[in-house]
Design a protein around this ligand. Sequence first.
Ligand code: A3P
Length: 285
Amino acid sequence: MHFYQGFWCLTFVFQGIISFQTHFEAHDTDILLASLPKTGTTWLKSLLYTITNRENLSKNHPLHTKNPHELVLQLDLNEPDVIAQVPSPRLFATHVPYSSLPDSIKTSNCRIVYVCRNPLDTFVSSWHYFLQFEISKETKPNEELMEEYLGKYSKGVSPYGPHDDHVLGYWKESIQNPEKVFFLEYEGLKTEPHAHLIRLAEFLGFPFSKDEENDNVVDEIIDLCSIKSLKEMEVNKSGKWFPWVENKYLFRKGEVGDWINYLTPSMAKQFHPMQEKLKKAGFSS
Ligand code: A3P
């Protein structure tokens, strides 16, 4: 990884980030999802896409045949000419911290939705996900390796991290500018999806009508985008996002508090300084 503009950047995305910063011109109607890896990006992509494309929620809905990452392109992973072909109103995603976003995103009227997640669950999710790329078939994941990853993650050395700085950058902006940045917590969305979806749709400028609420459209979207439903779709069982990324690895458990099954109390304690910093900033997750 490279330390660039105050955040850690994986070598294979470095060029993509620079290209995004240099070439991307936001439109006023754009919607941008921002997140750290493993905090619910795939879930939010499916929700944002479905809220803004909900005329037909039947088996013909694009989520049945396309992975959410095909429907909402990652700005830091795609070439400018591919991005330029996306028709308006455009929906994109990025992992880049707020401070490093291109100026046109900050100065235009485009909207940003940010999702954050408990750092311990995010770490455990990252650990399982990145194991596929980091460990050869012969090497088994072991506690020593996990301690090494955890030591780095909790000290801020993680893709697009430090985790706390990333969260606080968007959190502060959402407080100063709530019409611009909508801040969501993975945990809150899990426990109260209905209320969150109503607020989210309003923020996006796609509010649910009374008729839609009566027809249970909100619950239909929640069900369609649930991990259970997405996992069962053939495209997510056998398809690939990139030649080296199988879609099935994007859907693991999707649970809150799963870290308890993997981390010892002393491992969890290493996250205390990060959690303290978040708390001091008025943030409780
Ligand atoms: P776990 O590894 O804890 O299960 P990202 O999409 O940012 O890579 O985040 C991946 C995490 O979100 C994984 O968490 C994954 O299982 C979970 N996830 C994926 N789709 C989801 C969905 N529809 N609802 C809730 N969680 C989901």
